[in-house]
Design a protein around this ligand. Structure first.
Ligand SMILES: [Fe+2]
Length: 379
């Protein structure tokens, strides 16, 4: 929930959050009260095919006696995909849903929590607070960190008829528990981890200076950016420690974002995903440095507190925004994160879309279309 009347402090959190290496070994303790509940487990296909991870997951869920495990192979799921899953479980009354995997699997778990028992067209659920019925409690266990989907009140689906990609937005889809286990997330694909971490960095760096930020969001955004950048720098040296930092940092970052707002990089990623099919996190990785440069030109004090702290901790080499931008560029080169190249006509089209995004109202300075063109044209 974002501030509405300039409250000095407003905190709204529903999810109990746990971050720890091998935290899944203790699920029997944290989720003790659910041990006899009829449980639906949605498991990412990628995890199903990894024997070591599958064994680890099976062991950690052994305490739940009455459970059905289904595999999610849908990436960027549609409502039709969700209907197929609902059909496959044939009206069973579940009392708990556990989603384990990437963003799409977490979205499916959150979506099922309100659609399994919904008798009408589930496409009606898309939008803000479109229903009143109770949801099934959700436990989210992400296998990659950055988006914060494991704690947000939104489950994203594509309406295959209208082509609209949008959330079922309601506190009712917000998970009750989130377990971030760096041991589960370990993978050979460090590039994917690095890209997703940039999503978190957009959440923290941009929400820090939003015009609705406050001391609470700033302290979380600051912690988020420190942890995420530290994790990114450590990723190819000590993956487990690095993922722990990124997991923690992504939680700080999303909590800041949920109570404040992102700006240009965050806004750009929505039309780039909707009209050009680019991955949300990849957009963040491509546009965060342009956003930093843009706001720094407009206001030399932009993000000073964060930059000074990063410098004091030895995370960046110099006490200026250029040093932060250079550090981020180095990380992107190291992990070969691809560059999004825009044509002139795309830039004009995108600027027209970005200016309409709701977060543009909350940027640190007032933004017009020319500003957005300037931001998109940076190299
Ligand atoms: Fe994001």
């Amino acid at each position: 929930m974002k501030p509405i009347f300039n409250e000095n402090l407003l905190i709204s959190l529903k999810t109990k959050i746990f971050v720890k290496k091998q935290v899944m070994n203790n699920l029997n303790v944290y989720l003790e009260k659910f041990k006899n509940k009829k449980t639906l487990v949605i498991l990412d296909e990628y995890l199903k095919n990894n024997q070591k991870k599958r064994t680890y997951i099976n062991k950690s869920l052994k305490f739940i006696k009455n459970k059905k495990i289904i595999i999610n192979s849908f990436y960027e799921p549609t409502f039709l995909d969700l209907e197929k899953i609902i059909k496959s479980i044939k009206g069973t009354k579940f009392e708990l849903i556990i989603g384990i995997g990437g963003g799409s699997t977490i979205d499916v778990a959150k979506g099922l929590s309100v659609s399994i028992n919904y008798k009408k067209n589930i496409r009606n659920l898309q939008g803000i607070d479109k229903f009143n019925h109770d949801s099934i409690p959700v436990v989210a266990i992400p296998s990659i960190f950055g988006s914060g989907a494991e704690i947000t009140p939104s489950a994203v689906f594509i309406n295959e008829k209208t082509k609209i990609k949008g959330g079922i937005n309601s506190e009712k889809v917000q998970p009750k528990y989130a377990f971030l286990d760096p041991y589960l997330a370990k993978s050979k694909n460090l590039r994917q981890h690095a890209t997703c971490a940039f999503d978190a960095l957009v959440h923290s760096l941009e929400s820090y200076e939003s015009n609705i930020s406050n001391n609470f969001t700033k302290s979380f955004a600051l912690n988020g950016s420190i942890k995420v950048i530290s994790g990114l720098k450590l990723l190819n040296k000590n993956e487990l420690e690095a993922l722990t930092l990124i997991a923690e940092g992504s939680i700080y970052s999303i909590i800041s974002l949920m109570h404040s707002e992102q700006s240009l990089a965050g806004a750009a990623s929505y039309p780039l995903a909707a009209y050009y099919g680019y991955n949300h996190a990849l957009c963040g990785a491509n546009f965060i440095d342009k956003s930093l440069k843009f706001f720094n030109i407009k206001n030399k004090k932009y993000l000073n507190d964060v930059i000074y702290k990063l410098y004091d901790l030895g995370i960046i080499k110099n006490r200026n925004i250029k040093s932060l931008i250079d550090e981020l560029k180095m990380i992107k080169n190291e992990y070969m994160i691809e560059n999004i190249m825009l044509k002139k006509s795309d830039i004009t089209f995108l600027a027209n879309q970005i200016i309409k995004m709701p977060m543009i109202k909350h940027t640190p300075i007032k933004i017009n279309k020319n500003d957005i063109l300037q931001f998109l044209n940076y190299v």
